[in-house]
Design a protein around this ligand. Structure first.
Ligand SMILES: NC(=O)c1ccc[n+]([C@@H]2O[C@H](COP(=O)([O-])OP(=O)(O)OC[C@H]3O[C@@H](n4cnc5c(N)ncnc54)[C@H](OP(=O)(O)O)[C@@H]3O)[C@@H](O)[C@H]2O)c1
Length: 303
């Protein structure tokens, strides 16, 4: 099934990018990857995002772009250096790619950029959707700058979609890869009070969201990529423990998390927002995994 549409992907070696490449191939798209190392085949093109260099051949005859690249946000402790790398690997490179696309005589029809639910900051019990204002903190500021950079691709013939992704439940990395060893030892527990909201999405649904966004020509602007049933951290802890048949009686106190993770503890572990996927639901997207238990079961399917 060849649909001939060419999609350019950045960050294709990452967790989401790898899954998306497979899904695009299954749908008959032709994918190209923009890579930071030496290209190894005809579908790979080079870029040096932080030097502002990009092989123009990568941008010929594109139907769409899916921009996923950036320094991993959740890995390692946030110090000044790490925060700088997270920022400089996103704002400038996103603006570079978006501007180069916008300048083309024949620009892509759609420019899709990753963003994150960190856009909303720490919002307690408040429910937020795509019409809600940005929150406060490093991640919220980062997402705003990242999305503004993506908007540079906007043009008469190009729509820009910013996918605000929640923590992804995947069998091959991300959040679960980090917490599973702890939970398997029976040492898992709620983080802080456990009452903080923890948006989530299964990797399968996230990939389907990207395909939906590429194919639904009326969609533009921010889109929350989260399951429709938001969970609090305590529910996540109990559900994962139950699926693994392990106790979850050791809470991780806030002070210990702050010592171990620095500023990241407050923004990513102890804080969160009750994010709902208003735009996706209004546009008829159907989720495979709506409840946390289903999402976790899917991600743990090989356990
Ligand atoms: N996974 C999640 O839970 C989650 C949640 C919210 C938002 N997101 C966002 O969604 C996007 C994809 O997520 P992911 O989990 O697939 O990320 P990932 O596994 O960390 O992969 C990101 C990719 O970006 C490229 N990259 C890494 N460091 C870079 C740097 N310093 N400068 C430029 N490019 C760099 C790499 O690809 P190359 O080596 O091929 O260039 C890497 O494979 C990311 O922007 C992430 O922030 C993910």
């Amino acid at each position: 099934m060849e649909n001939k549409k060419i999609i350019l992907i950045t960050g294709s070696s990452g967790m989401v990018g790898g899954a998306l490449l497979k899904a695009l191939a299954a749908k008959g798209y032709k994918s190209r990857s923009l890579v930071r190392r030496e290209p190894e085949n005809a579908d790979e093109f080079g870029w040096e995002p932080e030097k502002g260099e990009l092989d123009p051949a990568a941008l010929e005859d594109l139907y769409g772009v899916v921009h996923l690249a950036g320094e991993n946000i959740a890995e390692g402790r946030w110090g000044q250096e790490k925060k700088k790398r997270i920022w400089t690997s996103r704002e400038g490179p996103t603006a570079l790619l978006a501007t180069r696309c916008q300048e083309l005589a024949s620009p892509p029809k759609v420019f899709v950029s990753a963003s994150a639910t960190g856009f909303y900051g720490n919002r307690g019990e408040e429910q937020v959707d795509e019409t809600s204002a940005a929150g406060e903190g490093y991640l919220a500021d980062l997402c705003r700058a990242w999305e503004r950079a993506a908007d540079k691709a906007q043009g008469e013939n190009t729509r820009v979609v910013k996918v605000r992704i929640g923590p992804v439940l995947s069998p091959s990395g991300g959040l679960l890869e980090k917490v599973l060893p702890i939970f398997r030892k029976g040492l898992g527990g709620k983080l802080g009070s456990g009452k903080q909201f923890m948006p989530w999405i299964s990797e399968e649904d996230l990939v389907r969201v990207f395909l939906f966004v590429l194919e639904t020509e009326s969609l533009c602007g921010p889109i929350n990529a989260v399951a429709p049933e938001p969970a609090i951290n305590e529910l996540f802890t109990k559900t994962l423990g139950a699926l693994l048949h392990r106790p979850t009686i050791f809470p991780a106190p806030a002070f210990a998390l702050r010592t171990a993770f620095g500023e990241m503890a407050d923004e990513m572990l102890l804080g969160g927002a009750k994010v709902v996927p208003k735009v996706l639901l209004e546009n008829g997207f159907t989720f495979q995994h709506t409840e946390l238990e289903k999402g976790l079961r899917w991600a743990l399917k090989n356990e």
